[in-house]
Design a protein around this ligand. Structure first.
Ligand code: GAR
Length: 228
């Protein structure tokens, strides 16, 4: 049923570990998206090599020469997407703020992963900010892209505990492992239509988690598990 697969482009700026997770998932014959193109705004993005090793066309559209001309950069990007017949754009560590025009053109057809439990901690340095805020739970979010930075209707989230002794690297690694779990699933839902926008929210045909993740564990400190 390869002809039914949505043609997806993955946009990156760096390491590409999420791209690697998507590539692994997309190898499954039943995966509903084909990774047809990888685009980077930086020629030195390590993720480009991952794509090429997997046989995926990987191209660079340098953002730097465009300076503040964001629309000019996006026109170049859009031309590559159109030429490749792309139907779904996947932002996987793509560190460029997009204009309203570009976002509108891809409304409901562009998803992003962000390393926090949005709407907490949009923007940069999420793990350091989570540690500084003293939150007990942190995590990651996949969402449809709307004009605000790291905003938009949420498809999937995963929460991890913040543990005593955590530094930024330890917390980032714990979150990243979850990014690699939820991003391939969220892309599959978006590609198949199992996740779709209705009235500005995501309707999702997928199994929902029961129970809850609490940190610290209730019942610690010699307390009974249930406190009336
Ligand atoms: C990931 O942690 C992703 O969530 C984050 O960039 C990293 C890219 O890593 N994205 C954002 O911060 C978007 N606001 P990767 O290149 O190894 O996938």
């Amino acid at each position: 049923m390869a002809e039914l697969k949505r043609r997806a482009a993955v946009l990156i700026s760096g390491r590409g570990s999420n791209l690697g997770a998507l590539i692994a998932a997309a190898r499954h014959p039943a995966y509903p998206a084909e990774l047809a193109l990888v685009l980077s705004n930086r020629a030195d993005a390590a993720g480009l090599d991952r794509a090429r090793e997997a046989g995926i066309p990987a191209e660079v559209v340098e953002s730097r020469p465009f300076g503040r001309d964001r629309a000019g950069f996006e026109a170049a990007l859009g031309a590559r997407l159109e030429a490749a017949g792309i139907g779904l754009v996947v932002l996987a560590g793509f560190m460029r703020v997009l204009t309203e025009g570009f976002v509108a053109a891809w409304a409901g057809r562009m998803i992003n992963i962000h390393p926090s439990l949005l709407p907490a901690f949009p923007g940069l340095d999420t793990h350091a900010r989570a540690l500084a805020a003293g939150v007990r739970l942190h995590g990651c979010t996949v969402h449809f892209v709307t004009p605000g930075v790291d905003e938009g209707p949420i498809i999937a989230q995963a929460a991890v505990p913040v543990l005593p002794g955590d530094d930024e690297a330890a917390l980032a690694a714990r979150v990243l492992a979850q990014e690699h779990r939820i991003f391939p699933a969220a892309l599959a839902w978006a590609a198949s239509g199992a996740a779709r926008l209705e009235g500005g929210r995501v309707v999702l045909d997928a199994p929902m988690a029961g129970g809850a993740l609490a940190n610290p564990l209730p019942g610690g400190a010699g307390l009974p598990t249930e406190i009336p």
